[in-house]
Design a protein around this ligand. Structure first.
Ligand code: FEO
Ligand code: CA
Ligand code: CA
Ligand code: CA
Length: 690
């Protein structure tokens, strides 16, 4: 069902050609941009395992929706200045999941286990800001879309107000648009009107939506009111962002419109993200490269740098270009060569201060940011873990210069503006000969080893010979190449467990691994032509998130559990669900790991899975939910009280040949496909997982 046209060659998974075109500009059709000759195995680092709890307590009196949250959720009294988070504390019983796995399927529906229900919270086109018009498929304008819920929802954050647990702000990324599925009568991207291009630009970005609990259930719905002070749209079209950190004012980010290099219009391809302990949202600008044209006209000396970021420099237009330069000239690098340098950052949005400009933090580096998730270290510094989602790219972490101050929100809002940026180099502890590319476990019984965080820049000091601080932060991939970071199998969402402090990174897939002249297997990326992906678990030495050494292991090697090349924490594989292409990760308050997938290469719909990750149940993975035909499962977010799980259903019906006039999916309303955020809850009101 998923392939009406031949695939264009997306790197693994069964992602449809239409998805490849729109989401990442056919990235997998091109050679992987990392052609650096750095090895894929690093030096052996002596390391020792340890575990600890991590989050620090917040201000006295600050309450969160169900302490023990899946994320570092903030508590914000209604009609008062927001206050920082109370530390999530271990709650519930670790290592237990009680729902019965649902079977893989290809239904055009959202499926949850018996005993659970689900409902759409908000869909593409629904009103966001007060007074927004109702959606009119045939009458779309940029002005209307700028007031309505955007397209292709990805990251989901739920930030509660006050202490009632009944009101919250829903913050959602809108990663990209699929014009075939948006505009009736679509014939080609070139035939779009300038107004339609502006609609697409307005459908990118983020939404902030006030939501309320429906009765005493786990269901949530948007607040309907004439006054919605927090609701807003952030778009690629016109929202102004403030640049922070060492790159501000440097030559790489100066443009005709912004000669001082301080402000950027818009955000692009916002993929995953995270919620900070001080009640803001981080959002990763991922495949920003595909929106720019005219790369062939930039200075020859700059082309290698642009190529490293996947920007086409051999033709005016990248394949499948949206040609946004028709609507805004700044997308033409021939005229504005620095505009692309103003994207590829981590964005921070303060949903509780609607007037505050969203910020792009240059201290956290520039790459194809999947997202960022923050934990407070024992020292009080905050540490953000990040992945660069491309075949053979790297894992990073950022350690703040300043320390988290419980209760001092104004101070905490500055924490991501200065600090130290590291890239990961990992090595296995088994003989290389035992890593044969088949997925067969080495003789010590585990894909595991040690790693080190290599310092790239700290404050205003460069640690990469020949590169300035601004160079490192603007061209971070090149800095990673220079220090011989480890080439991973598409590092996507990276998130610390607030219960154990261990960090989990989804390696989605990499069908180029060990194929042709591409880098071969290593113990951290042990399968040739890796089409199902794996989970990478990091344990910081001495539990110190600010440290420079760690140990790692692969708790889950994905695929069909009946296949010999899969691994589920040593658990009985006859009792686990098949899983392919892990993308986003999250935790419930019991510390169970939740994994959503993108591009299930086993031929069934994408979904959401949960597994205990500690104790005897480690690896007992079960499928909780499937999304409709053509969709990928994004989010997920489990509320701190464990009573609701939110997922973003992204690109339903995105199958080559489908259009809004001839849809392949009619989810959720029975007419044509609409991306939507969904909430699921247990009918008896109990905790979602256990
Ligand atoms: Fe937007 Fe890396 O997925
Ligand atoms: Ca080993
Ligand atoms: Ca993703
Ligand atoms: Ca996550």
């Amino acid at each position: 069902m998923r392939r009406l046209l031949p695939l264009l060659g997306h790197s693994g998974g069964s992602r449809d050609a239409m998805t490849c075109l729109y989401r990442c500009g056919n990235a997998c059709d091109h050679p992987a941009p990392n052609t650096s000759d750095n090895p894929y195995l690093g030096d052996v680092v002596n390391a020792s395992m340890s575990r600890r709890g991590v989050m620090r307590a917040g201000a006295a009196g600050a309450l969160v929706l169900g302490v023990g949250g899946a994320s570092a959720a903030a508590a914000v009294p209604a009609a008062a200045a927001p206050v920082p988070a109370t530390a999530p504390k271990p709650a519930g019983k670790a290592g237990k999941i009680s729902f019965k796995a649902i079977p893989p399927n290809t239904l055009d529906n959202l499926v949850v286990p018996n005993g659970y229900d689900s409902a759409v919270v908000i869909r593409w086109g629904d009103p966001v800001v007060a007074g927004a018009p109702d959606f009119d498929l045939g009458g779309q304008t940029a002005k209307r879309q700028s007031q309505q819920f955007g397209y292709n929802n990805d990251f989901v954050g739920v930030l509660p107000f006050g202490n009632s647990g009944d009101r919250a702000l829903l913050v959602v990324n809108h990663e990209y648009t699929n014009e075939e599925l948006m505009f009736p009568g679509f014939t080609s991207l070139d035939a779009l009107t300038v107004e339609q291009i502006k609609v697409a630009m307005a459908a990118h970005g983020l939404s902030v939506v006030e939501i309320e609990r429906a009765g005493r259930t786990g269901q949530w719905t948007p607040v309907r009111s004439k006054r919605l002070p927090y609701n807003k749209r952030i778009t690629a079209l016109e929202t102004v962002f403030k640049l922070t950190g060492p790159v501000v004012g440097t030559s790489a980010v100066k443009t005709a419109a912004d000669p001082r290099g301080q402000w950027v219009i818009g955000t692009l391809n916002n993929c995953a993200g995270g919620v900070t302990p001080w009640g803001t949202v981080l959002s990763g600008e991922e495949n920003f490269n595909q929106y720019f044209v005219g790369g062939d006209a930039v200075a020859e000396a700059d082309k290698p740098k642009l190529n490293r970021y996947g920007i086409t420099t051999t033709a005016r237009y990248p394949s499948g270009s949206r040609k946004w330069d028709r609507a805004q000239e700044r997308f033409d690098l021939a005229k504005h060569p620095n505009e692309a340098n103003r994207f590829g950052w981590i964005v921070e949005v303060d949903p509780f201060d609607p007037d505050a400009p969203p910020r792009k933090h240059t201290a956290m580096g520039r790459f194809k940011h999947e997202g960022a998730n923050v934990i407070v270290a024992k020292s009080g510094h905050v540490v953000a873990y990040m992945g660069d989602d491309e075949r053979f790219d790297y894992l990073y972490k950022f350690v703040s210069e300043k320390k988290y101050r419980p209760g001092d929100r104004r101070h905490n809002l500055t924490l991501l503006e200065s600090g130290t940026l590291y890239v990961a180099q990992v090595t296995g502890d088994s003989p290389a000969a035992e890593i044969d590319g088949t997925g067969k476990l080495p003789s010590d019984g585990a894909f595991d080893g040690t790693g080190k965080w290599i310092k790239l820049v700290s404050g205003n000091k460069s640690f990469v010979p020949g590169m300035t601080v601004a160079d490192i932060l603007t061209w971070t991939r090149l800095a990673g190449d220079a220090v011989k970071a480890t080439k991973m199998d598409r590092p996507e969402d990276v998130q610390p467990s607030l219960r154990t402090g261990k960090i989990y990174a989804a390696m989605t897939n990499n069908t180029n691994r060990a194929v042709g002249t591409n880098p071969g297997v290593d113990e951290a990326n042990p399968r040739s032509a890796n089409k199902h992906g794996h989970i990478f678990e990091i344990t910081e030495d001495k539990g110190d998130h600010t440290g420079e050494s760690f140990t790692w292991t692969l708790p889950i090697v994905c695929g069909d559990p009946a296949a010999a090349d899969t691994y589920f924490g040593g658990y009985d594989k006859t009792a686990v669900s098949p899983i392919s292409c892990p993308d986003n990760v999250a935790f419930d308050s019991a510390g169970n790991l939740w994994i959503s997938t993108d591009g299930n290469a086993l031929g069934t719909n994408d979904g959401l899975f949960a597994t205990p990750i500690e104790g005897s149940e480690r690896g007992h993975l079960r499928q909780f939910l499937t999304v409709p035909r053509g969709a990928e499962t994004c989010g997920p977010f489990i509320t701190g009280d464990d009573r609701s799980v939110f997922v973003a259903v992204q690109h339903p019906g995105e199958i080559s040949g489908a259009t809004v006039d001839k849809p392949v999916s009619t989810w959720p309303d029975g007419d044509y496909a609409k991306p939507a955020v969904v909430v699921s809850w247990r009918l008896d009101g109990g905790p979602i997982g256990s």
